[in-house]
Design a protein around this ligand. Structure first.
Ligand SMILES: C[S@@+](CC[C@H](N)C(=O)[O-])C[C@H]1O[C@@H](n2cnc3c(N)ncnc32)[C@H](O)[C@@H]1O
Length: 219
C-alpha cells in the first residue's frame, strides 16, 4: 500500500504496513551500508543514529553486529513510530526512538555520556546547513568523551570530480527548498575540523554516495 499523504521529509514514496514504513532507497542500500558500518564501528559501540527515517537501517545494522547498542532518533513523529515498529523485530537491541533535531541548541547534552559513536545517513542535504552544523557540534562533543567514530552517509560534491547525478540532484533539491542542497565534501570536512574531527576514511558507495568516517583529532 502507498501512503497518498507521503511525508515531505522523504523524497520518495514509502509503502506502509501499520506504523512500519518501507523506504525503497533504504531497502536498496541497507545491505551495503550495514557491511561498511559493521567493519568500521568499534566493538560494543553505543551508537546514536541521527535521522533514522523509517528505521530499516537500524534493524539491518544490529542484525549484522549484535554487539552494538543502537539508539535511533528522528524529529518526525511518524518516522519514530516506524522506527519503533521495525525495532520490534530487533530482539531488544534497538532502543525506543528519540526526538532529536540537530538544529536545536545543545541537543546532545542529554546523551553525551550514554553514546560512544554516531551514524547519520541522508540528512544534511535535505535540511538547512544549520542541521549539519548542529550534527557536527554534537558529534565533536560526544567523541571528546569516547574513542568512537562518526559515520556520515550520503551524496557529496567534489568539485570537478562531482558525479553528474549529484549535480542534478543538487539543482533539484534547491528548487524544492533553497536551504537544501548536496553538500561540498570540502565544506563538510572543514566543519568537522571546527569541532575537532578529522576525516579518516572516504568510502565510495553505490549510486555515487559516500560513507565518511570522522574521528577525534589527537592533541
Ligand atoms: C531522507 S530521510 C533519511 C532517513 C534514513 N537515514 C535513510 O537514509 O533512509 C531524512 C531524515 O532526516 C530527518 N531530519 C530532517 N532534519 C533533521 C534535523 N534537523 N535533525 C535530525 N533529523 C532531521 C527527517 O525527519 C528524515 O527522517
Amino acid at each position: 500500500m502507498t501512503d497518498p499523504l507521503s511525508t515531505p521529509i522523504a523524497l520518495e514514496e514509502r509503502a506502509y504496513e501499520g506504523a512500519r514504513l518501507t523506504s525503497p532507497s533504504a531497502e536498496r542500500n541497507q545491505g551495503v551500508i550495514s557491511e561498511v558500518l559493521a567493519e568500521h564501528l568499534p566493538l560494543q559501540a553505543r551508537v546514536l543514529e541521527i535521522a533514522s527515517g523509517t528505521g530499516q537501517h537500524a534493524l539491518a545494522i544490529t542484525r549484522a553486529r549484535p554487539d552494538l547498542t543502537w539508539q535511533p532518533s528522528d524529529p518526525d513523529q511518524a518516522s519514530r513510530a516506524s522506527i519503533d515498529a521495525w525495532a520490534a523485530l530487533g530482539e531488544g537491541r534497538i532502543a525506543p526512538a528519540l526526538a532529536i533535531d540537530t538544529c536545536v541548541s545543545n541537543w546532545f547534552e542529554a546523551y553525551i555520556d550514554q553514546i560512544s559513536s554516531l551514524y547519520c545517513a541522508n540528512m544534511i542535504h535535505i535540511a538547512p546547513w544549520a542541521a549539519a552544523e548542529g550534527l557536527f557540534e554534537g558529534a565533536g562533543a560526544i567523541l571528546s568523551r569516547s574513542a568512537g567514530v562518526f559515520m556520515l552517509y550520503g551524496p557529496f560534491l567534489e568539485g570537478e570530480a562531482s558525479a553528474p547525478s549529484n549535480l542534478d540532484f543538487d539543482v533539484s533539491l534547491k528548487s524544492r527548498d533553497p536551504r537544501w542542497g548536496v553538500r561540498a565534501l570540502s565544506d563538510v570536512v572543514a566543519l568537522g575540523a571546527e569541532h575537532g574531527l578529522s576525516l579518516s576514511a572516504r568510502i565510495a558507495m553505490p549510486a555515487n554516495n559516500l560513507m565518511l568516517k570522522f574521528e577525534r583529532v589527537e592533541g
